[in-house]
Ligand binder design. Structure first.
Ligand code: SF4
Length: 97
């Protein structure tokens, strides 16, 4: 993540060491499989001075996963929530069309 952030990081706004996602205690939250961790990462982003640039950069790069700019990414798109791991459905989802 550090390499990607330096591509758009504005040193006049913040240094990388000031960003919540660069806190070694919190860094794993941003790429966790646990929905609760991702929600916590999103809340950390809320106080970040680069939130808008970060989210737009992630959209431009089509980030495959993780929390960027206060949003959860999956396959290059922002998703509202990430489902936790669990048992697969017993019955296939019926197509509404
Ligand atoms: S918005 Fe979140 S992921 Fe992006 S730089 Fe700030 S803390 Fe890190």
């Amino acid at each position: 993540m550090t390499t990607l952030l330096t591509t758009f990081l504005n040193p006049a706004v913040a240094s990388a060491s000031m960003l919540p996602c660069h806190d070694m205690d919190a860094a794993d939250l941003f790429f966790s499989e646990r929905p609760a961790d991702l929600e916590q990462a999103k809340s950390l982003c809320a106080g970040c001075p680069l939130i808008e640039e970060c989210r737009q950069g992630a959209l431009d790069r089509a980030e495959p996963w993780g929390v960027w700019g206060g949003a959860i990414f999956d396959s290059g798109r922002i998703i509202a929530v990430k489902r936790g791991r669990g048992r697969p459905r017993k019955n296939p989802v019926q197509d509404a069309a």
